[in-house]
Each structure stands twice: as structure tokens, then as C-alpha cells.
Design a binder for this molecule. Structure first.
Ligand SMILES: Cc1cc2nc3c(=O)[nH]c(=O)nc-3n(C[C@H](O)[C@H](O)[C@H](O)COP(=O)(O)OP(=O)(O)OC[C@H]3O[C@@H](n4cnc5c(N)ncnc54)[C@H](O)[C@@H]3O)c2cc1C
Length: 504
């Protein structure tokens, strides 16, 4: 492989091209990906060879032997991996965005010098533990706690669903400080555990039979460790700011996985629809089939636009703690596109796609959790609307379109929506309406990103098609937003008559 040190842009491109071709060779000649994907975990010889290509060195600074933390390269490596396997892309994203990049940004020089070489030379892996059985969306209320005991921190609690459970060599574990008077402090701290050190091993109490992403182990972890004082990450202000910065950057890495994953779905779907004959006609000649294919293609173009945005803003030199709106737009739109593309892929394949050993069946179950992890999409859309409305009210604006024209993430795109989004927003909205509004805002931002991709030279026909797909979607959501009624839930439905007693 190309030398890791001090790569310029063209050498980075050469690295990604070489990584991509060697990965394809490895997965298609040394291992059969369809059968590999059916096994839980990944055979050690395959993973050793992937690690030998040093994909994770792209998330390690130059001074520690890496290729520097360049978002464009990181996204390109995620793209190449996710084209072959979404699980593999996620393994790299977990290591990079949830472990190596926070360590590079917030670890002490001594801590970094003791860990980064193990990734470069020994193929070590790392992950992040935030979620607890009783605290997922409400992660800030986590109960894992720590206190200082002499020259160490003692950390205790239960974490679950951490990607690479039982497999990672290193963990960043989140915990709240125990008060002397009892109870826990509000802020969150981050500690690095090294499973090779005595007293730092995190044991898996129960393995979860995850629905998809078979390559990645998940489970419930018992945390009862002692780490040295130097293993604590040092946020400039507070831990909640670090958490936001970390999660926002990670959400902006979804673009690399989405663009590779949807590209593969597009290639496979088009190949199938050209070849498959129904009633003597090639599938691709049917209009509804063309519509599905065009939507998948739009998903790929939109993901490319998000990659461009992420490349520009998500370096570790930037503080993303206040970039929740953009980060949540990345996370929600891209995970929705991944799931929609997978559903269309399976639909177009027909019954033969409904198998775990078929890429279409796997795509549906592998992409589904992206709508849940790192913040459930329902909650994220609500937060997008709240953040936008807050700024809108501060600006004294009540016209939705008027503020879309002003906001830095939507100003380029606003005119494209002048007919469908020209309404006033006043008063409090029900949460379901906030979610709809968040979906609309997220898609207007997506059109803004597309226009910027187009001005960078991307194929204008593909960009315009993607904009049309988004405009149609926004039109449908906006109709429901304006006119839809808030159907109530009847909680006491068990007492209602059954249909048989209402049927003669
Ligand atoms: C494949 C996978 C990988 C993961 N990887 C990691 C990892 O590496 N590290 C880690 O720490 N965690 C990880 N997680 C955990 C993940 O981040 C949590 O599952 C997620 O934050 C949601 O928490 P929860 O599952 O407890 O759901 P809950 O908090 O119980 O929420 C369930 C649902 O309730 C609804 N809901 C919740 N709150 C609200 C609200 N305020 N308003 C409206 N609706 C609401 C939403 O529909 C939500 O999806 C992973 C999970 C999965 C499935």
C-alpha cells in the first residue's frame, strides 16, 4: 500500500482506489461475501487482511503514524467498504468516529502514544459505550458512575448495544461522577479502557441475537473497571459538549456509508431489472420499476451531496457541539434513504430477495437500525424542527418560506419550494407536526446540499432528478402537515366490541 505518512490529495485518492480494489479482491476471491455475511462475526483471516490495508490509519493523526484525520478520505474509505458490506463500513465507522477521532481530539499525548500504535501495528479495535438498558434516548440520565480512588478511577455500571461488544480491544466508556452526598453529577465523563490491562476488562453478560449486521457483535456489558487518571478524556468545557461534538461528527460520517451502500443497491437493482423478464418484457421497461430505480438513484446522488458537506465541515479541528441541526439532518435523511433504497431493492428482486443470503434481504435488516442508533429518527426530526423554529422566532420571522430564505442551510434551496412551503408558523405545534416539519426542513437542507454539489461540477441531470424526488416528497409531507388531523390513540381499546359481533 501507499506510504501512510503525509499524504497529499492525489496520494489519498490513490490510497482509496488501492484500498477499494484490494478489498474487492479479498472479499470476492478469498471469501464469498454472501456466505460470510450469514455468519456471526467475521473470520479472523479476512479481518486480518482488511486491517493490513490500514483503513483505520485515516482516523489517526500524522504524528502518531496515521494518515491524518481528513474527512474526505475517511468518507471515501467508508464508501468503498459499505459498497461491499454495510457491516464492514459500520465496523470502520465505529472505530473511527466513536473511538479514534475522539481520542485524537480529547486524549492526552501520553494516552494517544500508548494506543494509536496498537491500531497501526497490531490491528486493534475500539468502540464507544453510552447506552444503558434503561437509558437510550435519555442517555444523559445514565447511571454508570465513577469516583476517584487514589490514583485511579473506579467505574461501575451496565452498558448495552455497544457495537463490537466483546471484540474491541479498547472502549471509551461514559459515566457520571458520584457525589459524596449521594446521587450523580449532571455532567458526563469519558474514560478509555484497555482490555489488555488487568482490572479494565469489560465482560459481556449476554450476547444479543441482532436482527442484521451479523458481522458486528452486540450484547449487555458489565462494567466494573479501574483505570489510571490519565485515561480520562479532557473536554475543553464540559462532557456534554464533548458528547455533542462526538455524536454530531459521527452522524456526519453516515454519508460515507450511505453513498457506498446505496450505490451497490443501484448497481444490483439495475442489473437485475435489465435481465429479468416478466410477461416477455424486461422489468426495466415498466414505468413503476423506473420510478423505483430513479428514486434509488436519487438516494445515491443525495448521499453524495451529504458527503461533500461532511468533507467540508466535519474535521476534528472544528467544534461541532452547536451543529446539531446539520448533524441531525445528515443522520435522519441518510438513514431514511438507506432503508427506502433497501425496501425498493427487495421489492424489485421479488421473492428471491427475501433471503438472508441475498443482498436485498440483508440490506433491509442491516440498514434498519441506522434509523434508531445515535438518536431515534422520530426524536431527531422533532429536534430539527425545534432548532429551526427557535432561530426563526429569535429572528422575529413567522413566514416559514421567509425564514428558509434566510437560514444558512436552506437559503440556496428555498426558491425551489416557494409554491409548496409558503405558509405561516405561529403557536405551539403537536409533536407529530414538529416531526413532519423536521422532515420537511431536512429535505430542504438536502436540496441545498445538492445545489452545492451541482455547482462543484456533479452531473446536473442527476442533481435535478434528485431535487425533483425531494420536492415531491416535501409536497406530500407538507399536505399532511397543513391539513392532516391529529388522530388520537384509544388506550382502552380492549373493551371495544370485536368485528364478529358487528357482523351479521
Ligand atoms: C445496531 C445498533 C447499534 C448500536 N450501537 C451503539 C453503540 O455503538 N454504542 C452505544 O452506546 N449504543 C449503541 N446503540 C444503542 C442506540 O444508540 C440506542 O438504541 C438508541 O439511542 C435508542 O435508545 P433505546 O434503544 O433505549 O430506545 P428508547 O429510548 O426506548 O426509544 C424507543 C423509541 O421510543 C420513541 N421515543 C423515545 N423517546 C421519544 C421522544 N422523546 N419523543 C418521541 N418518541 C420517542 C422512538 O420511536 C424511539 O425509537 C446501538 C443500537 C443498535 C440497534
Amino acid at each position: 500500500m501507499t506510504s501512510d505518512r503525509a499524504l497529499g490529495p492525489s496520494l489519498r485518492e490513490a490510497y482509496v482506489a488501492e484500498f477499494s480494489s484490494r478489498l474487492r479482491h479479498l472479499l470476492h476471491t478469498r471469501g464469498d461475501l454472501d456466505s460470510l455475511s450469514l455468519q456471526r462475526g467475521i473470520p479472523p483471516y479476512v479481518f486480518r487482511e482488511i486491517q493490513a490495508l490500514r483503513p483505520l490509519a485515516g482516523s489517526i493523526p500524522h504524528e502518531y503514524g496515521g494518515r491524518g484525520v481528513e474527512p474526505k478520505e475517511i468518507l471515501s474509505v467508508l464508501e468503498a467498504s459499505s459498497y461491499e458490506s454495510l457491516s464492514l463500513g459500520l465496523v470502520l465507522a465505529i472505530n473511527g468516529a466513536l473511538f479514534l477521532e475522539p481520542l485524537a481530539k480529547y486524549g492526552s499525548p501520553e494516552l494517544k502514544a500508548s494506543i494509536f500504535p496498537r491500531f497501526i501495528e497490531e490491528g486493534a479495535m475500539g468502540g464507544l459505550m453510552i447506552t444503558e438498558p434503561d437509558y437510550g434516548t435519555d442517555a444523559l440520565s445514565m447511571q454508570t458512575s465513577f469516583d476517584q480512588q487514589g490514583g485511579e478511577y473506579a467505574i461501575k455500571g451496565t452498558k448495552h448495544w455497544a457495537g463490537l461488544s466483546g471484540w474491541a480491544d479498547f472502549w471509551i466508556v461514559t459515566a457520571r461522577k458520584r457525589r459524596e452526598a449521594g446521587g450523580l453529577h449532571r455532567d458526563i465523563d469519558f474514560f478509555v479502557c484497555d482490555s489488555r490491562q488487568p482490572g479494565q476488562v469489560i465482560s459481556v453478560e449476554e450476547w444479543y441475537p441482532n436482527l442484521g449486521l451479523y458481522m458486528i457483535p452486540y450484547g449487555r456489558n458489565h462494567v466494573d473497571v479501574r483505570v489510571p487518571l490519565g485515561a480520562r478524556l479532557a473536554p475543553p468545557a464540559n462532557g456534554i459538549g464533548l458528547l455533542r461534538d462526538l455524536l454530531h461528527r459521527s452522524r456526519m460520517r453516515f454519508a460515507g456509508m450511505a453513498v457506498g451502500f446505496i450505490h451497490r443497491i443501484l448497481d444490483e437493482s439495475i442489473a437485475h431489472c435489465r435481465e429479468r423478464k416478466v410477461g416477455g418484457r424486461s422489468l426495466v421497461s415498466f414505468d413503476q420499476v423506473k420510478r423505483r430505480l430513479a428514486e434509488i438513484q436519487a438516494g445515491h446522488t443525495i448521499s453524495a451531496a451529504f458527503c461533500r458537506h461532511s468533507s467540508e465541515v466535519s474535521g476534528i479541528g472544528k467544534d461541532l457541539a452547536e451543529e446539531g441541526l446539520a448533524a441531525n439532518v445528515h443522520k435522519t435523511v441518510l438513514s431514511d434513504l438507506m432503508q427506502q433504497a433497501s425496501q425498493s431493492f427487495l421489492q424489485l428482486m421479488g421473492a428471491k430477495g427475501y433471503r438472508l443470503d441475498h443482498p436485498a434481504g440483508r440490506a433491509v435488516v442491516d440498514s434498519r437500525p441506522f434509523q434508531i442508533v445515535e438518536g431515534s429518527n422520530d426524536v431527531m426530526y422533532d429536534q430539527i424542527a425545534a432548532a429551526f423554529l427557535k432561530r426563526m422566532r429569535q429572528a422575529g420571522e413567522s413566514s416559514f418560506l421567509g425564514y428558509l430564505r434566510l437560514h444558512e442551510l436552506t437559503s440556496l434551496a428555498a426558491e425551489r419550494f416557494s409554491r409548496i412551503l409558503d405558509f405561516q408558523l405561529a403557536g405551539e405545534l403537536l409533536q407529530r407536526k414538529m416531526v413532519d416539519l423536521g422532515k420537511i426542513i431536512a429535505r430542504v437542507v438536502s436540496v441545498d446540499f445538492l445545489l452545492r454539489l451541482g455547482s462543484g461540477g456533479y452531473d446536473s441531470g442527476l442533481v435535478e432528478n434528485a431535487i425533483e424526488v425531494l420536492r415531491e416528497k416535501v409536497g406530500m409531507i407538507a399536505a399532511g402537515f397543513r391539513d392532516g388531523i391529529a388522530v388520537p390513540l384509544v388506550e382502552d381499546y380492549q373493551g371495544a366490541r370485536d368485528w364478529q359481533s358487528c357482523t351479521p
